[in-house]
Design a protein around this ligand. Structure first.
Ligand SMILES: C[S@@+](CC[C@H](N)C(=O)[O-])C[C@H]1O[C@@H](n2cnc3c(N)ncnc32)[C@H](O)[C@@H]1O
Length: 208
């Protein structure tokens, strides 16, 4: 076998092993998807989900982030939103709607009534087969949410979202830096190494 073919085969094996490891762990622990471990790692790193947090979870289906949040939040409210259906989770309210629809934003504002501590988003646009386009569409969702977060979060609020290290990454980063005092990036171990996915963590809104 040629060297390039051997390297490709070994990389495919590593990717499969990585997926299987978190897939098996999620089944054992009762999570709906291996994405649960990304939120667990993010929260271990930045410790933003508190007992009394009021938390908005966007791009929530099938619901593993909501499962993690539901275990940690005891005194606050959790609202999960997705365009796809999500089966019920204790202590989690769910709305099936598109975040980009202005009516959804009104519903979020009505639900939290000015008392929102944390926004987490794992929203990813549907894949088209064109990686660069997919990354741009997901980053647009992230940018829209950064702008929205600055209007609805408390001043000391926390914003965490998926985004891709694509061509518009710097634009999204600069937008976040214009609105938040602290902006960090973190790629969880449970996120596939070969994927350009990363997570942005922002805290404390600037008073403009
Ligand atoms: C990677 S999945 C999220 C996995 C989820 N965090 C979990 O732990 O189960 C991305 C989700 O984003 C949702 N999504 C994409 N665009 C959206 C939009 N405009 N509004 C709401 N949800 C959206 C998709 O329907 C999909 O379920």
């Amino acid at each position: 076998m040629k060297k390039s073919k051997r390297v490709k085969k070994s990389n495919t094996w590593k990717i499969k092993q990585h997926r299987d490891q978190f897939f098996k762990k999620s089944k054992t622990l009762g999570y709906r998807s291996r994405a649960a471990f990304k939120l667990i790692e993010l929260n271990n790193r930045y410790k933003f989900i508190k007992r009394n947090s009021n938390l908005l979870d966007l791009g929530s289906s099938p619901g593993s982030w909501a499962q993690v949040a539901s275990k940690l939040v005891k005194g606050g409210k959790i609202l999960s939103i997705d365009i796809k259906e999500m089966k019920p989770i204790p202590n989690v309210s769910f709305l099936k709607c598109d975040f980009m629809d202005p009516k959804t934003k009104d519903k979020i504002i009505f639900f939290f009534k000015g008392n929102l501590d944390v926004i987490i988003s794992d929203m990813a646009a549907d894949t088209t087969g064109n990686r660069s386009l997919d990354s741009i569409r997901t980053n647009q969702l992230c940018a829209e949410l950064i702008n929205f977060s600055s209007k609805v979060l408390k001043q000391k609020g926390i914003f965490v979202s998926k985004l891709f290290m694509g061509e518009d990454f710097i634009e999204v980063k600069n937008l976040a830096k214009s609105l938040y005092k602290k902006v960090n990036f973190f790629k969880p171990e449970s996120s596939r190494k070969e994927s350009k996915e990363t997570y942005i963590h922002c805290e404390i809104l600037k008073t403009l």
